[in-house]
Design a protein around this ligand. Sequence first.
Ligand SMILES: N[C@@H](CCC(=O)N[C@@H](CS)C(=O)NCC(=O)O)C(=O)O
Length: 391
Amino acid sequence: MNKKSLLIIVGLLLMAMALVACGGGEDTASDAQVAELQSQLEAAQAEAAEAKAMLAEAQQTTGGEAEVAAPAGDGQTIQTIRDRGMVKCGGNQSVPGFGYINPDTNEYEGFDIDFCKVVAAAALGDATAFEIRPTTANERFPILQSGEIDVLIRNTTWTLSRDTQLGADFQPTTFFDGQGMMVRKDSGITDLAGLEGGTICVQSGTTTEKNLADVYRGMGVDIEPVVFDDADKTREAYDAGQCDGFTTDKSGLVSQQILLAEPDAHIILEETMSKEPLGPLTRHGDNNWGDIVMWAVNCTIQAEELGIDSTNVDSFMGGDDPVIQNLLGEAGDLGAGMGVGNDFCYQVIKQVGNYAEIYNRNLGPDTPFDLVRGLNTIWTEGGLLYSPPFR
Ligand SMILES: N[C@@H](CCC(=O)N[C@@H](CS)C(=O)NCC(=O)O)C(=O)O
């Protein structure tokens, strides 16, 4: 309630009580005075009710920030993670290179899985303290909303509607991607228009499905989408010849290509159909946890920019460069300020590596994908990866 209105009401009540308590004689309030006080009291109450309604409206539009500095739930996620001793990540299990179960080790591996390790190293100082909850495209957002996972790291595109309508907050992009199209080499198709009148295999619950319709409508070219609800079914249908084309993020196509019966019999067309910035999502409302995930990702990028990696990080300890002292937690209290260890970035680099190490381990020249870094290079080398300062 508005303080001014409250004071007016209290004042009027006290005056009314004093007048009534005084009893008869000259000091007794006349009926007219009581009626006047009554009407002033009612006016003040109406003003207070209006102020209360305005406050409630302001709280609704700002997510509760009008009255409370920190939004509801702020800081709860890191506490839950500490209590249970591990981070729960929503992930993928059928996208080699990004999120999949290695059949030899039965362990989750991939670029997105490594970023789950990055988060665990930052939150708990232990990159092994995590669990992957595999998710399909359709179920990923409800699982984050419900609190079943702490963070979703699964080739998920940052879009305005997802950011504002699904109770999610996007953290820094870990992979700048775009949608592509795969066709059989022997089809003779060399561009998107060449698929006119053809069928295209696509997964539901994705940005891919909508982009496909939009791009072809824009080109004035008719195609027929054939929709499946998971990656395996989509790829298998294309491989079995049910579709002339197969579309998803270009990273997803490169990944799925190695699972086709004859990988070399297919090509990915040059054209890029959309922007697909992929990265982690936290639940809207816990800004503290969002900050931890954000700065854990930034740490991998900042470390690469400074030439610090898992093999040499110890040699940077004890130096006198304030930028590096801050990054590694030897000076200041950047980690403590958000509720994790001051050495959170040191732990990320030491236990998981910098961005280049993570990229190369999963997608680089020594992997079956040999994916050029392109936009996913550091800004100093002409790419889009750029960490704000650690200070
Ligand atoms: N980036 C797009 C597409 C992401 C997506 O779900 N891609 C598919 C095809 S690679 C996938 O990961 N499927 C995994 C699965 O269904 O298990 C999005 O956020 O909607």
